[in-house]
Design a binder for this molecule. Structure first.
Ligand SMILES: [Mg+2]
Length: 327
């Protein structure tokens, strides 16, 4: 296999996540194996089928929130948390087709950006959903060049906008770190032990279980709408397959929160295999409506351009893509 450069890997992460999301959406809350029952052989086409209220190729809240995050990072040249929260709120107020329960409760509470998620967690005591993990591909690309600690810090802060439980922050932190490794041209799977040591000690044990090489999604102790099995399933899908297409198929076949598990898997597999590994028959029908933002709809080319700007943002000191390529 030819090792892709940093730009194809960055585009692969962003586009790969969106494609996984759109491909998995019709199978959300479905049974195990539903995808391969309908599409038994890889590579045969027709998989971007729509259904369950989704058009063929239509991306869901996972990608919509990812795009909002990306555009805030680019417009502000970095992390502007009140701005990200404002964009999320504007989107939530426009009645998107789908929105996570926790995310909706936090964004419509009327509480300020820096306390809304914490207040929700205080009252509900459960906020370890995968709703921050699902939207992390663009921020993972953006902060990758800063290295492990800064990208983990950014992941925590962005997650905390909607999720008050530190479990959600640490899962997103782990995904940021895995993508940072992949964009540098290294194997994210071999980096898992080192990444675990960078997580908060009080959350490390649960992640070491779901990220261990012998963990299988059948061993999950929660529905995969929770952050731990969602991340664990994505890493499992990457570990047990050898291509973007196979990884995303395996993720959707797990059933449950299929769009989000596939979005996270697609981000990882896209970062590892590069944009060129994502089948064109999946990127062609892909589209991302942005409720609340003047009827805008992004296509694959728009996402690719967004990813390229994320990896080498013009307003940041230009060390150039060369410093990011595989040594
Ligand atoms: Mg979704």
């Amino acid at each position: 296999m030819t090792v892709p450069g940093v730009l194809p890997r960055a585009v692969g992460a962003v586009l790969g996540s969106a494609v996984g999301d759109a491909l998995g959406a019709p199978f959300e809350f479905g049974p195990e194996g539903a995808f391969s029952a309908r599409f038994p052989r890889p590579g045969h086409g027709g998989e971007m089928c729509g259904g369950g209220g989704w058009e063929p190729g239509e991306a869901t809240d996972d990608t919509q929130m990812a795009v909002l995050t990306a555009e805030s990072l680019l417009d502000h040249g970095g992390l502007d948390l009140p701005d990200v929260f404002r964009r999320f709120r504007r989107w939530a107020a426009a009645d998107p087709k789908d929105i996570g329960l926790q995310t909706e409760a936090v964004l419509t509470s009327g509480d300020p950006w820096d306390t809304a998620a914490a207040l929700h967690f205080q009252v509900n005591l459960r906020a370890a959903g995968n709703g921050a993990l699902m939207r992390a591909a663009p921020s993972a690309v953006y902060f990758a060049r800063d290295g492990r600690e800064p990208t983990i810090y950014a992941a925590r802060r962005l997650s905390a906008l909607t999720h008050g439980d530190a479990a959600a922050w640490e899962g997103t932190a782990a995904l940021h770190a895995l993508i940072e490794v992949a964009l540098a041209g290294r194997d994210p799977l071999t980096a898992v032990p080192a990444i675990l040591t960078a997580l908060r000690p009080d959350h490390r044990q649960r992640y070491s279980v779901v990220l261990s090489p012998d963990w299988h999604p059948d061993q999950a102790t929660e529905f995969n709408g929770a952050v731990w099995p969602c991340l664990g399933s994505a890493v499992w899908a990457l570990r047990t397959t050898t291509s973007y297409e196979e990884a995303v198929r395996a993720a959707i076949d797990l059933g449950g929160d299929a769009d989000t598990v596939a979005a996270v898997t697609g981000a990882l597999a896209g970062a590892v295999y590069g944009a060129g590994s994502i089948p064109a028959r999946w990127t062609e029908p892909l589209h991302v409506p942005l409720p609340g933002f003047d009827g805008r709809v992004l296509r694959s080319q728009d996402l690719a351009e967004l990813a390229e700007r994320l990896v080498v943002p013009a307003e940041r000191p230009a060390s150039g893509p060369d410093t990011l390529t595989t040594p």
